[in-house]
Structure formats: structure tokens, C-alpha cells
Design a binder for this molecule. Structure first.
Ligand SMILES: Cc1cc2nc3c(=O)[nH]c(=O)nc-3n(C[C@H](O)[C@H](O)[C@H](O)COP(=O)(O)OP(=O)(O)OC[C@H]3O[C@@H](n4cnc5c(N)ncnc54)[C@H](O)[C@@H]3O)c2cc1C
Ligand code: SF4
Length: 824
């Protein structure tokens, strides 16, 4: 499938609608609004990963884990598995284009009618389960929901669940799953493969069989013109005259380590926040701190959807409850989709407090090796009997189909809780505060029911490791809900039934600011929540379109033809990007003379910091022709122009451009238009000069950027020099990233690009790179630096680590380098 996201520098300044997040809520809103012909921009914090790129080994899974605690962040900010760990509640969500649909178990289940009798629903939905039904139906059509086929292989874990259900006196039903069981095009024309029964749904389906929103709603949004951007994290929204201003950080590569240095913004008439329960609440909490009036209920009403994770350990039958990871499915190893069966204890007469469902679960093969460690850790400090079981579990390598692990069934329970959690923002970090969450009566009841079910399997009921570890005090949930709950008014919630954010100061709602994701759900649902979230998003989008008269034909008064879907299977181009940081000094009072500008800038402390990402749209074409231009995005700190970082609005880069004005000379060119937060634009022009056979200058020439910054019309400008510091070179090499081909092939393009660079260098510098002293290295002990007698002379370091004045090297850039290396 074609890549859906585009480079950040292609983002326009303004869109009709900006959608934040690309899970169920975001993807649905984006697709439905894009279909009306409005220009839509989707901003997603995670990466775009396609089938074949999801982790299937413990090492690759570990690289995709990000953990946030109240004190620190660990792992990549764009890692697929996003854990928020707190003393009371731990939340797991997905981070990537497609949101948590990428790592969920894909059950599409309707909540019971009784769950809509809760007083916390707004009047339009309270006691009206029928309102969301048509939207659930529409979502299921797009998501390709269907149950595990009866004619398909018998699954041991489904059989085990049936045995457990028999112990409870009920039968197992097969819920709808968003999984493809027949090869072919889906509802939007994307070709998908049939499920291989590998059981790895919760680490990302590598076979293109799981119907994540990356397979349906997002390609639909793309086909209808939506601009999709990944690795951008939205910080806040605020009203600026008649528009919404969305502040965002560009993440990815080296940049994610200093997100604030990539801050920029985009404006929109309508903003739809769909960053998930924690994400949307965090954005609104930050926005409120910056002055946006939002209800006091913001952050309140957090529910874990009554989630309980538990195991029936060492049952009397084979279960096959661990995914296959890298292994190929054989007849005797089939696992099946992560969830396939359901013990439904909701019943028409069951009150919400007693409603409960139990599902079978499969642990992804890539995460299986981590589980023994978790179980082992969990066995500390729990009652001896439970600790023994946990230690036994830990001693068994998960992923084995033999022994007790192969006979262990994972239970996933959804029931109810009182929604008493609160999402709080402290020091820009969110955490869920919910003291005594473990005391919720539903959990004790759930455990009693599980004990009966487990008895029927002749196994031992074992709690989830976190629960055991904290003596039933701390909860883990994969179904976070609430924080921006919908309600009748601002005294009870954050958004109205249409998803519009209440304005508690002006009264009514903020025009054009919506939330549509799990955060608006006001109470636990007695079901897996994604279908309800999808239905709410379908309804929010439909009402938004209706209210704004955006439906095709409504605004213009005449029917508009439906846009032609773009071809989804066009041959992909391979993109390559790298991030470069150059720092130095530029004086706005020196118009000519780079060295003079640098010196003056340095004495005035006019430090300039350029942090840019250079991206080739089609690296194959650039490998053939190194004079092809690449795009530049990023920011520049230039206090002479603005106290805040300036954003690159557009920019081009040429790697090796023959310089007609110099014999055997090439230039690396940077031409950038910058915009300040105040909206003023400037021109940044930089070049590095590479001259043939000046081997001693190879390092200095490739790392020295002669710089000119000024007004667009040239009325005012300054000059100076920026350098790539030696310490930033490894970071540059590490930041080289390839997109658009499966991961296995990415290394080839990375190598080819580095080889191109090396080849051109050999060509320019005459193949004498091994000449003694070609690349002077810094002395181990600081040399005595003498100022050169001649201001154009320089100091260089020979192989004996001595510094010399050498007028053959009369190159001010090299002077800077040697001064830098000598620490002066
Ligand atoms: C292991 C697991 C199994 C599950 N199984 C099921 C199941 O079988 N059935 C079911 O119904 N539900 C299941 N769920 C839950 C379900 O997937 C979620 O409830 C649902 O995906 C939530 O949808 P959403 O639109 O609210 O948010 P999400 O899908 O979480 O999407 C939010 C998106 O916003 C992005 N984002 C966050 N902050 C920002 C920001 N500041 N800027 C830009 N982007 C941002 C995130 O990266 C993410 O992509 C499961 C969840 C997990 C973790
Ligand atoms: S079982 Fe495997 S192939 Fe089937 S949907 Fe899940 S991950 Fe994909």
C-alpha cells in the first residue's frame, strides 16, 4: 500500500479542518470531512508503519516501547507501545498512524442497551441506545467486522474458553472482529490478505489481515485529499481572531530529543481533537493553562472500562495462547486472532453494575519473552501461594506450546467501574490519579466469577502481574475512557453530545472546537469500546458536516460530484531524510564578509542555531543525479531576527552543485524561507564550498556553512558562519531514515546514500583521502594555541598532535574548526 503521510514541510499554513490523532476518532472524522471536499489535515504523533514493519522479535518490540511515569519519559517518543505508568493506574495505548487500532485485538462489540441508562450520558443519548446504532452499522461496514468463521480451523484457546463458559452455565459467542478472512479488496479498495492465525494482533498485524483504520478510513481520507502528517505532536490550541491556532512539535529522528526546537503551528476553521483519552485531555489541559476557557470537569471521569486481565494457569488442555512472532503458522501451532470468543454475562435483565464479559486473549509472540520477567518481578510481595504460581509462570518460556505455559488461558474482562479517576497535568506530564481504584466492588465480583470459570478448566486463577505486585492496588487498562466527557452542560462535562467543547466563560460552546475519541465516553461500557468510539465519531462528523452545511451540494446549492479516489496502489517512491544541526554566529550589522560577520556576531553573542531535516522525495532519482534538490524543514534560532525559533516555511538543499564561478568547485547549497511567530518572513542562504584536491580542507569544507540571513527584499541582511560540530556528525549519520520500502530494504538505501557521499568526496578530493594529516584529529591534551601572525593564516594539527600556523591552509573556516577543536 502507498505511504499515506507526506513530509512536514508540505503542510499548508491554513486548513479548513485540522484533525489531531489518527485512531478511530481521528481517522473517521478525517475521512468523513474530506469526503465533503474540505481541505483536511491530519496530525499524528506516531510513525507510519505498514504490515511487515511491526515488531516480531523481543528486541524489535523493546525498541517500540515508550514509558511515561510522573517523573520521566523512557524510550522513543514515537514508539508503537505507549505506556503511562502511575501509582494507581497504568494505561497502554498505541502510537502510530492508525492509533491504538494498530495494536488492539480488533473486537467490534456493541455495548448493552443498559449501559446507555447511565445518568452521565447527555440527554440525546441517555436511554437512547438506538441513536448510535446506525453509526455503529456504518463503522462496521468500513471496518469489515465479521466473526471468526465456523468453517475455519478449531482454535485451542477458543475451545478452552468454551470449557470455562460451560463452568458458568453459558455458551461462548463469537464477536465481530475487524479481521479479513478472504483475500481481496476491502470497502475502500485496499487489497488485504486473509488472516494467518498467527495470534500477533496486539503487536501489529504483519500480514495485512487486521482491519486497522490504516487500511480503511485513513486511505479513504487520503483518497479524498486529506494531508496526513506523522511524527508531529500537537501541544495546544488557542483562538486567534476567527481561526484556531494549533501549536505542534515536529518529532522523529534526532529531533525527538529536543521537541521544543521544532515548534511550529498551523491554523484551521475547525479543529477536531482525537488524540485518544490521554492525548486529547492533555492538549486541552495545556490549552486551558494558556487561557482557553474549558469546563472544570476537564480531566475528570476517567474510567478503565472495568478492565481486568487474568490467567487460568496450567489448565487441563492445550491453549496455544501466545502469538508466533517470526515463526510460520503450522496446522499444529495455530493461535488465531487475539480474541475470538466471548462469555457474555450481560443478559437483558442484568443491571450495569453486574454486567460483565470475558474474552480469550493471545499474547503477542514478540512480547512473550518479556512476560516471564514481569511475572517474576510481580511475585515479590504477594501472598506466597500467588507468588509461587507467578514464579512458576515466570520460569516457563512463553511462546512454548508445551508445559503449563502452553496450557494457560489469558482472560480479558470488561465490566464496570465508577469512573472516579482523574487525569492531571503536572510539569507538562499527565498521570491518572485514582486512589483505591482496586477497591471497586466489580473487581472482587469479577475475580469470584473467574475462579469458577478457571475451576472448570482445572487450572489456577492468576491475577495480572501488576495487580498481584501491588496487592490489588494498581490497575492496568487498555481501554482508557473519559477526561473530556460529554454531558448536558459545562457543569457536568467538557463537550456536548455533538462533541463541541463547552465555553464556561462565554456560555455555549467554542465555535469549531470538537473532541471525538475515547475521552468523551462518560462511563464504562460493558464492551470493548472501539465500536462505540467509532459510532460517536461517525455521529460527530455527520452533525458537524450538517451544522456547517458542508455536505456535498449543501453549501453550493447544487450536487457536487464525489471526488475520484486516488489510486492506492501506485508504485511507492522511496524517501530518505536526515537531520543536521549547525551552529555559529551571524551579525546583522555586517552585510558582507562572512568571517567579519562571524567575529562580530561572536563578540555580540549573536549565536545562530540551525536544526533542519533534509528530505529527498525520491532517493533513487537523487542517487542518479546528486544535483537534485531536496526539501528542508525545521527551525532556526536567530535572536537578531526574533526571540523565538523561526520556522522553515520552505527550503531547498543541493548536495553537490557544480559552481560555474569557481574552477573545480562545488557548492552544497541551502536556501530557506523562515517565518517568525510574529508572522514575518526572512531569507536564509547558506553554502559550503568544496574545492577539488584541497584534501587538507575536506573536513572543514564539508562542515562550514557560509551564511547570509536577511529581509526577503534584501533591504537588510547579516552574514556569518555556522559549523557542524564533530559531536553532531554521528547524530547526523544516525538520523538518516528511509521510508516507503519494507524495513529489510531500508538499510540498502541508507548505505547507497552514504556511498554516494563518499564517492563524490573521493571524486572532489582526488582520491587522496589517506594522505597523512588529511583529517586533523583533536589533540588528546589541549595544545598551546598561538594566535596566527597573519589574520588569514590558520592553525592546524599534524599527526604529531602539534598545532601549526600554515598559510597554505589560508581558509578562515579551517581556522574556526581548529579553534573550535582547541576549545578557544
Ligand atoms: C492491547 C489492546 C487491545 C485492545 N483490544 C480492543 C478490542 O479488541 N476491541 C476494542 O473495541 N478495543 C480494543 N482496545 C481499545 C481500543 O483500541 C481503543 O479504545 C481505541 O483505539 C481508542 O480510539 P481513540 O480514537 O480514542 O484513540 P487512539 O486509537 O488511541 O488514537 C489516538 C491517536 O492520537 C495520537 N496522539 C496522541 N497524542 C497526540 C498529540 N499530542 N498529537 C498528535 N497525535 C497524538 C496517538 O498517537 C494515537 O495515534 C484495545 C487496546 C489495546 C491497547
Ligand atoms: S492473527 Fe495474525 S494474521 Fe490474523 S489478524 Fe491477527 S496478526 Fe493478522
Amino acid at each position: 500500500m502507498k505511504m499515506l503521510s507526506c513530509p512536514v514541510d508540505q503542510m499548508k499554513d491554513h486548513y479548513s479542518t485540522v484533525v489531531v490523532g489518527s485512531g478511530y476518532g481521528g481517522a473517521i472524522a478525517a475521512a468523513r470531512i474530506a469526503r465533503t471536499g474540505r481541505d483536511v489535515c491530519v496530525l499524528e504523533r506516531g510513525k507510519e508503519l505498514h504490515p511487515g514493519e511491526y515488531p516480531n522479535t523481543a528486541l524489535s518490540a523493546a525498541r517500540e516501547i515508550q514509558v511515561h511515569t510522573p517523573k520521566a519519559d523512557h524510550g522513543s517518543a514515537v514508539g508503537l507501545f505507549d505506556f503511562h505508568v502511575g501509582p494507581d493506574v497504568t494505561v497502554l495505548s498505541g502510537c502510530g498512524l492508525g492509533g491504538t487500532s494498530l495494536i488492539n485485538a480488533s473486537v467490534a462489540l456493541e455495548p448493552s442497551d443498559a449501559s446507555f441508562s447511565d445518568d452521565r450520558w447527555p440527554a440525546q443519548l441517555r436511554h437512547h441506545p438506538e441513536v448510535l446504532r446506525p453509526f455503529m452499522h456504518a463503522a462496521k461496514e468500513m471496518l469489515g467486522s465479521n466473526p471468526y468463521p465456523r468453517a475455519w480451523p478449531v482454535l485451542p484457546k477458543l475451545r478452552a474458553l468454551e470449557q470455562a463458559a460451560a463452568g458458568l452455565g453459558v455458551a461462548v459467542v463469537r464477536p465481530d472482529l475487524n479481521v479479513t478472512f478472504t483475500d481481496g479488496p476491502n470497502a475502500v479498495g485496499v487489497r488485504q490478505n486473509a488472516c494467518t492465525l498467527c495470534g500477533d494482533c496486539c503487536s501489529g498485524c504483519n500480514y495485512g489481515a487486521k482491519n486497522t483504520v490504516l487500511m480503511n478510513y485513513l486511505p479513504d481520507a487520503y483518497a479524498h485529499g486529506a494531508h496526513i502528517f506523522t511524527e508531529v505532536a500537537v501541544q495546544s490550541v488557542r483562538r486567534c481572531q476567527d481561526k484556531w491556532r494549533v501549536a505542534l512539535d515536529v518529532l522523529g529522528g534526532e529531533r525527538e530529543r529536543s521537541p521544543s526546537s521544532q515548534a511550529r503551528f498551523v491554523t484551521a476553521d475547525v479543529v477536531v481533537l482525537a488524540a485518544g483519552t490521554l492525548g486529547s485531555t492533555q492538549i486541552l489541559l495545556r490549552s486551558r493553562d494558556l487561557g482557553l476557557p474549558v469546563s472544570d470537569r476537564l480531566g475528570h471521569g476517567f474510567s478503565g472500562n472495568g478492565d481486568v486481565l487474568a490467567f487460568a494457569y496450567d489448565t487441563d488442555r492445550s491453549v496455544h495462547g501466545v502469538g508466533l512472532g517470526k515463526r510460520v503458522t503450522r496446522q499444529d501451532t495455530v493461535v488465531g486472532p487475539a480474541i475470538t470468543g466471548l462469555i457474555d454475562l450481560r443478559g437483558p435483565d442484568t443491571s450495569t453494575e453486574n454486567a460483565l464479559i470475558i474474552e480469550d486473549g493471545a499474547i503477542p509472540g514478540a512480547l512473550a519473552p518479556v512476560i516471564p520477567l514481569m511475572l517474576s518481578a510481580a511475585s515479590d510481595g504477594v501472598p506466597e501461594a500467588a507468588a509461587r504460581r507467578l514464579r512458576e509462570l515466570a520460569g516457563i518460556p512463553f511462546g512454548s506450546y508445551r508445559g503449563p505455559a502452553g496450557r494457560t488461558l489469558t482472560y480479558l474482562i470488561m465490566s464496570t467501574d465508577d469512573g472516579g479517576g482523574r487525569i492531571a497535568l503536572e510539569n507538562d506530564r499527565i498521570q491518572v490519579i485514582w486512589p483505591e481504584v482496586g477497591e471497586q466492588p466489580a473487581f472482587a465480583r469479577d475475580n469470584r466469577i473467574l475462579a469458577t470459570a478457571t475451576k472448570a478448566l482445572h487450572g489456577t486463577e492468576t491475577p495480572d502481574p501488576l495487580w498481584a505486585w501491588t496487592n490489588g492496588q494498581s490497575l492496568i487498562t487498555v481501554h482508557p475512557l473519559g477526561g473530556c466527557v460529554m454531558a448536558d452542560d459545562a457543569a457536568n462535562g467538557v463537550v456536548d453530545h455533538k462533541g463541541q467543547v463547552f465555553d464556561p466563560v462565554g456560555g455555549g460552546v467554542h465555535d469549531g472546537l470538537y473532541v471525538c475519541d475515547g475521552s468523551v465516553v462518560p462511563c464504562a461500557l460493558d464492551a470493548n469500546p472501539s465500536l462505540t468510539i467509532s459510532a460517536i465519531a461517525e455521529r460527530t462528523a455527520a452533525i458537524l458536516i450538517e451544522d456547517r452545511q458542508w455536505a456535498a451540494g449543501q453549501a453550493a446549492g447544487a450536487p457536487q460530484p464525489e471526488p475520484e479516489p486516488a489510486p492506492l496502489l501506485a508504485p511507492p517512491t522511496v524517501r530518505l531524510q536526515f537531520t543536521e544541526r549547525l551552529t555559529g554566529f551571524v551579525s546583522m550589522s555586517v552585510r558582507d564578509g562572512y568571517t567579519e560577520g562571524y567575529d562580530r556576531g561572536r563578540s555580540d553573542d549573536a549565536r545562530v542555531d540551525l536544526l533542519i531535516t533534509i528530505e529527498y522525495d525520491d532517493i533513487s532519482a537523487a542517487l542518479d543525479d546528486p544535483t537534485r534538490e531536496a526539501r528542508i524543514s525545521g527551525t532556526v534560532l536567530a535572536p537578531g531576527l526574533s526571540p523565538h525559533r523561526l520556522t522553515v516555511k520552505e527550503g531547498s538543499f543541493t548536495l553537490f552543485d557544480p559552481d560555474p564561478s569557481g574552477v573545480e568547485t562545488w557548492r552544497m547549497r541551502y536556501r530557506i524561507t523562515l517565518e517568525s511567530q510574529e508572522g514575518k518572513r526572512y531569507l536564509f542562504e547558506g553554502h559550503k564550498v568544496l574545492r577539488e584536491n584541497r584534501i587538507r580542507h575536506a573536513w572543514s569544507e564539508t562542515t562550514t556553512l557560509y551564511t547570509k540571513i536577511g529581509e526577503l527584499d534584501g533591504s537588510e541582511s547579516g552574514t556569518g558562519i555556522l559549523y557542524l560540530k564533530p559531536a553532531d556528525l554521528p547524530k547526523l549519520v544516525r538520523s538518516i531514515k528511509v521510508d516507503g520500502v519494507p524495513r529489510q530494504k531500508q538499510g540498502e538505501y541508507r548505505r547507497a546514500f552514504l556511498e554516494l557521499f563518499a564517492d563524490e568526496m573521493v571524486h572532489i578530493y582526488g582520491g587522496v583521502l589517506d594522505e597523512a594529516g588529511a583529517f586533523p584529529s583533536a589533540p588528546k591534551t589541549a595544545p598551546t594555541v598561538r594566535e596566527p601572525a597573519d589574520p588569514d593564516g590558520t592553525w592546524w594539527c599534524d599527526s604529531r598532535k602539534q598545532w601549526h600556523a600554515d598559510d597554505r591552509l589560508g581558509d578562515d573556516a579551517f581556522l574556526r574548526l581548529t579553534r573550535y577543536r582547541a576549545g578557544v
